[in-house]
Design a protein around this ligand. Structure first.
Ligand code: SF4
Ligand code: SF4
Length: 80
């Protein structure tokens, strides 16, 4: 299942685009816009984008069988 981007929180930094190992995200033409979900079925729920999004704008929908072993990304304290 693809991640959900909360567009009102997203600052359009595209960090998620750069870090996703399977290129789920794509960039929109306009700078500063939320990314698009280009390959939704490729997400393997690694949590990297959720963990590193500076705006905490990404949520994952974890399929039920996977949810039994899934652990949410811990809240990380900002270092600056
Ligand atoms: S990392 Fe977060 S804030 Fe940056 S583009 Fe992706 S969803 Fe938006
Ligand atoms: S959870 Fe992992 S695979 Fe899925 S969109 Fe985020 S970084 Fe990509």
């Amino acid at each position: 299942m693809p991640p959900i981007i909360e567009k009102d929180k997203c600052i359009g930094c595209h960090k998620c685009v750069d870090l996703c190992p399977v290129d789920v995200y794509g960039v929109q033409e306009k700078k500063g816009c939320p990314p698009v979900i280009r390959y939704p079925e490729e997400c393997w729920h690694c949590n990297a984008c959720v963990f590193d999004c500076p705006a905490k704008a990404i949520r994952l929908r974890v399929p039920a069988p996977l949810a039994m072993v899934f652990v949410d990304a811990p809240e990380r304290k900002r270092e600056n």
